[in-house]
Design a protein around this ligand. Structure first.
Ligand code: NDP
Length: 441
């Protein structure tokens, strides 16, 4: 905090982590002696660069590009790229930090990183997005590689952006390698990668609910966001018999009292992925639904004040604050499962866990995306492609395993049900074992 007082999101992520691992540091003095925590909070490398590109009116635009290479203790740096106006060093450092322990929990050989730009693809033409992606990759290419650092998508980076960036990498490096995950299955991607974070979130939730004698069947759910993670969370919830009631984007929220069914989900996919429209258009098509614009929010987000059994925040960081947490508790929410990264702020997290709400932290609950990215890397290395059924079966098994690991660590080092502590501790122990073995690097 003394070094970078302005990096609020990074400090928030580190504070949560340190609170969880403090007790085991006392039990394992070697970790303190070898300054494991001090090393963990310092990225191995940060690259920051200028991204010049020309817009459709012929004007030169300048954005800022970043890559945070946080930890290579367990494998090549791995983590997505985020293109959004809110991107800065603090946001990317928090995401890279979380990514290290998330990747560790998957059990695969993946280090952790994150990157992106303050460029927002929203409202830009395809040509402008391509121009930006090509310029961004012209610099980033020299810092990544299939055995060095393997980026993927995140907010604002979907199939289109990954295609443009992969194309530019291929041209500059003169090699067709697995340097990106989230590619189209037609040219080297893995089946189930687009679905993986949302599906994995629901698989993880099922394990946690089963442990508590609960189930998704016949329930109702609140989902925030309307992008990749939200869409496939809704798809899997529907398959499991839960009725999703809400979606959102940065301009507002939709509440559909009749529930979002498969037909409405298909509409949302076309609206967001093809037409690149806004969720408020949903209310024009489905007249019984209600749109609340962002300007009408009070201290809390009204999305979290609709009664339901379960909540799946899938938009962005800090979208559930203290007011929202109190509303959720007052409406008897039974579980909050984080599809987004750090969607719940620290105070809200304490209110929820203190009230007995089952809380699945993003580090564990949304690890399905990076897990299938790891499987994509394995398929690329062997130049084979597995069937959707095979990838999905592996995803189910990885998510079950993550729940088991997190639950066991919680029971051993904190208390049964404290999945936040369990995820942080289990994630950290694997990384610290590797760091201890690899010397002072
Ligand atoms: P997308 O860009 O596909 O979707 C993001 C969604 O969140 C959009 O609906 C977007 O609305 C909304 N959103 C973004 N910022 C805000 C904001 N400030 N307020 C309200 N809504 C907002 O991204 P993803 O679905 O891929 O990512 C969502 C979350 O999941 C992120 O936290 C990401 O880090 C996390 N995640 C993603 C993984 C993946 O595999 N994609 C893996 C693990 C975690 P709008 O259209 O207005 O921008």
């Amino acid at each position: 905090i003394r070094r970078d007082p302005e990096q609020k999101e990074f400090h928030q992520a580190v504070t949560e982590f340190l609170k969880s691992v403090d007790s085991i540091i006392d039990q394992l003095p070697r970790l303190r002696f070898e300054k494991i925590l001090e090393r963990m909070v310092e990225p191995e490398r940060i690259v920051q660069f200028r991204v010049p590109w020309v817009d459709d009116s012929g004007s030169l635009q300048i954005n800022r590009g970043y890559r945070i290479q946080m930890s290579s203790a367990l494998g090549p740096y791995k983590g997505g790229l985020r293109f959004h106006a809110s991107v800065n060093l603090s946001v990317l450092k928090f995401l890279a930090f979380e990514q290290v322990y998330k990747n560790s929990l998957t059990g695969l050989l993946l280090g952790g990183g994150k990157g992106g730009s303050d460029f927002s693809p929203r409202g830009k033409s395809d040509r402008e997005v391509m121009a930006f992606c090509q310029s961004f990759m012209t610099e980033l290419t020299r810092h990544i590689g299939p055995d060095t650092d393997v980026p993927a998508g995140d907010i604002g980076v979907g199939a289109r952006e990954i295609g443009y960036m992969f194309g530019q990498y291929k041209r500059l490096a003169n090699e067709f390698t697995g340097v990106f995950t989230g590619k189209s299955p037609v040219w080297g991607g893995s089946f189930i990668r687009p679905e993986a974070t949302g599906y994995g979130l629901v698989y993880f939730a099922e394990q946690a609910l089963m442990d508590a004698g609960l189930s998704l069947s016949g329930s109702t759910s609140l989902v925030s966001g309307s992008g990749n993670v939200a869409q496939y969370t809704i798809e899997k919830l529907l398959e499991r018999g839960s009725k999703p009631l809400t979606i959102s984007d940065s301009e507002g929220i939709i509440y559909d009292p009749e529930g979002i069914d498969n037909k409405k989900l298909a509409y949302i996919k076309t609206l967001k992925n093809v037409k690149r429209g806004r969720v408020k258009e949903y209310a024009d098509t489905y007249r019984n639904s209600v749109f609340t614009p962002r300007s009408a929010y009070g201290e809390g987000n009204p999305l979290w004040n609709y009664p339901a059994d379960y909540a799946f925040p899938c938009a962005t960081q800090n979208e559930i604050n203290e007011v929202d947490a109190r509303n959720l508790v007052a409406n008897n929410i039974k579980a909050v499962m984080e599809g987004a990264n750090m969607p719940t702020n620290l105070e809200a997290q304490h209110i929820l866990t203190g009230s007995g709400v089952i809380f699945g932290p993003g580090k564990a609950a949304n690890a399905g995306g990076v897990a299938v990215s790891g499987l994509e890397m394995a398929q690329n290395s062997s130049r084979l492609q597995w069937t959707p059924q095979e990838v999905d079966a592996r995803l189910v098994s990885i998510m079950k395993n993550i729940y088991k690991t997190v639950d066991q660590a919680a029971t051993t080092y904190a208390k049964k049900g404290d999945l936040v502590a369990g995820a942080n501790i289990a994630g950290m122990l694997r990384v610290s074992d590797a760091m201890l073995a690899q010397g002072y690097v």
